[in-house]
Design a protein around this ligand. Structure first.
Ligand SMILES: Nc1nc2c(ncn2[C@@H]2O[C@H](COP(=O)(O)OP(=O)(O)O)[C@@H](O)[C@H]2O)c(=O)[nH]1
Ligand SMILES: [Mg+2]
Length: 350
């Protein structure tokens, strides 16, 4: 059995929804005391899709809420192989040595079966995963990105209530996951590689636009010179782009996750970011806007699900669809009919 398989087995076991019979108070107290077993169970509770668990989790989170928010939330993205896991190992270990408490979470909507890429990466986070000041949680299985989104946000809050003051959220660059992570963090870090000549390969332009820093990794050995050149090129490109955070200039930096060079620097850049945006009020304003966006997107998810799972709507949908497809019914009339049916059923008392 390989290391990765062992991880998978034990995590699958602990991730099953068989949970101990703890009361809400016991969850809250255990999390507040950073009892790691209870912390992990509280997250599992929040990740569960069972209605009973969800209700209980909401009460736990409600009670933890006054103790959340005291952290810097950092999103980390980059193409596979950019060195995200290696970076988190080096960066996280350094932060623990400085006395911080570091929680590592992952958003990976692609891995509904394997519980996330972080698992296979645990071997790359060997030091960090054994550090008593670090807590590593593989990505939630949510099915949809919306589900993963909710679970990751709630996991983040639970970790903050347990006293973790640096939250690192890793995401693989697939689909919308970068935008999702951007919407839940204070600082968004894009890890990059120097390609042989084509520096912009593999990275979607939109991702550069939502980053607060570009970090060219693997600036070691023969690659160091190329990294220097790339840093200059990116800085020129960035000069023409609107920064992701107003009042903050997005710049390119370089580091080696392997040797640790440049790792201190990026932490001090994040510190400057925090000081600067706190002074201008941008830090708190973004967090408030993120909470409101989250509320609205959860409301939309809820309404969409309620609408389409409504038996009356579901029943008439195929007919309406074919009428629209064949041009017999206008889209506006179709929507009107569907919504009327939905609302009528609502009025009739379900
Ligand atoms: N030379 C060098 N190799 C690195 C560095 N960071 C990561 N790597 C290597 O790059 C490969 C991919 O790293 P990994 O952390 O798994 O990337 P991820 O897919 O983004 O999580 C591994 O073989 C690492 O050892 C670095 O700073 N310098
Ligand atoms: Mg990785």
């Amino acid at each position: 059995m390989s290391e990765g398989d062992k991880d998978r087995t034990s995590l699958n076991f602990s991730s099953s929804v068989r949970l101990p019979r703890l009361s809400v108070d016991q969850y809250v107290q255990g999390v507040r005391e950073n009892n790691r077993t209870i912390l992990a169970q509280a997250i599992t509770l929040a990740e569960s899709n069972s209605a009973v668990h969800m209700n209980m989790a909401q009460e736990v989170i409600r009670q933890l809420l006054p103790h959340t928010g005291n952290s810097i939330r950092i999103g980390i993205t980059g193409v596979p192989g950019a060195g995200k896991s290696t970076f988190i190992e080096t960066f996280g270990t350094m932060l623990c040595e400085k006395g911080h408490r570091v929680a590592v979470l992952a958003v990976d909507p692609s891995s509904t079966v394997t519980r996330g890429s972080i698992l296979g990466d645990k071997t790359r986070m060997e030091l960090l995963s054994r550090n008593p000041n670090a807590f590593i949680r593989p990505s939630a299985t949510g099915g949809t990105l919306g589900g993963v989104n909710r679970k990751t946000r709630e996991t983040m809050l639970i970790c903050e209530a347990a006293g973790y003051d640096v939250i690192l959220i890793e995401t693989v660059g697939v689909g919308q996951s970068e935008t999702t992570v951007r919407s839940m963090v204070d600082f968004f870090l894009l890890l990059m590689l120097t390609g042989a000549g084509d520096e912009l390969q593999g990275i979607k332009k939109g991702v550069i636009e939502i980053a607060d820093a570009l970090l060219i990794n693997k600036a070691d050995g023969e690659n160091k010179h190329r990294a220097l050149v790339a840093r200059g090129e990116y800085n020129r490109v960035l000069h023409y782009l609107q920064p992701a955070t107003s009042g903050w200039e997005t710049k390119a930096y370089m580091c080696s996750a392997l040797t640790g060079e440049g790792i201190e620097e990026i932490w001090s850049v994040i510190g400057q970011f925090r000081d600067q945006t706190t002074r201008t009020g941008g830090f708190d304003a973004r967090r408030k806007a993120q909470s409101l966006d989250w509320m609205h997107s959860m409301t939309q998810d809820y309404l969409r699900a309620t609408f389409y799972s409504n038996p009356e709507v579901a029943g008439m949908l195929p007919t309406i669809e074919s009428a629209v497809a064949s041009g017999q019914l206008s889209v506006t009339s179709a929507v009107q009919q569907l919504v009327e049916r939905f609302e009528k059923r609502d009025r009739d008392g379900k």
